[in-house]
Write a protein that binds this ligand. Structure first.
Ligand SMILES: [Mn+2]
Length: 197
């Protein structure tokens, strides 16, 4: 099988970001975004997705975290899309339920070629650490619009905001792992009756 790796650099006046991914990795992460809670969440994607990721970001954090978080979502989506190529042989769909103590989240993903985000999450607080929870949807919007995926995120239970966020990102990693895995029974088959994705 060809290596499923990609490196994408995206420079704007607000952020300069480089993302490298290896979809067949072991969950290694090398990250420094300047936003510690986001680093913690990206670590969940790598670890539970078994995806190696290198992410460097210089953003206009003197304003706030918004541009940096959104643009990392965008660049990560672009890197996934590029690494997956024509998507032949992948499972395409992935889903996971992940608990953490009282919190429980479900994430369902489809590498459909069409962007779509349905996110039903009510965070119990507005911030976790110094991180503004509004920015989670900015991250996922960036990811789906540029990764061209359909993504359903539901936080089903949860009182602790850190737990809510962490279950979402762990489930996201797990769902990605399932979806991008090669299905040995269908390794030469495009997972769509349309013939392309
Ligand atoms: Mn944690």
């Amino acid at each position: 099988m060809a290596e499923r790796k990609a490196e994408v650099t995206r420079n704007t006046l607000e952020t300069q970001i480089t993302v490298a991914v290896n979809l067949d990795g072991t969950g290694q992460l090398d990250v420094d975004t300047g936003v510690p809670f986001l680093d913690h969440m990206l670590d969940q994607i790598a670890r539970h997705g078994l995806i190696d990721m290198e992410i460097s970001a210089i953003g206009d954090l003197h304003i706030d975290d918004h541009h940096t978080v959104e643009d990392i979502g965008i660049t990560l989506g672009q890197a996934f899309k590029q690494a997956l190529g024509d998507k032949k042989g992948i499972r395409r769909y992935g889903h996971a339920y992940v608990p953490l103590d009282e919190a429980l989240s479900r994430v369902v993903i489809d590498f459909s070629g069409r962007p779509g985000l349905a996110m039903d999450v009510e965070f119990t607080r507005g911030r976790v650490g110094g991180f503004d929870v509004d920015l989670f949807s900015e991250f996922f919007h960036g990811f789906v619009n540029h990764g061209m995926v359909t993504l359903h995120i539901d936080n089903l239970k949860g009182k602790n905001t850190h737990h809510q966020a962490e279950t979402i990102f762990k489930a996201f990693g797990r769902a990605i792992r399932m979806a991008v895995e090669v299905d040995q029974r269908a390794a030469d088959i495009m997972p769509s009756t349309k013939g392309c994705l």
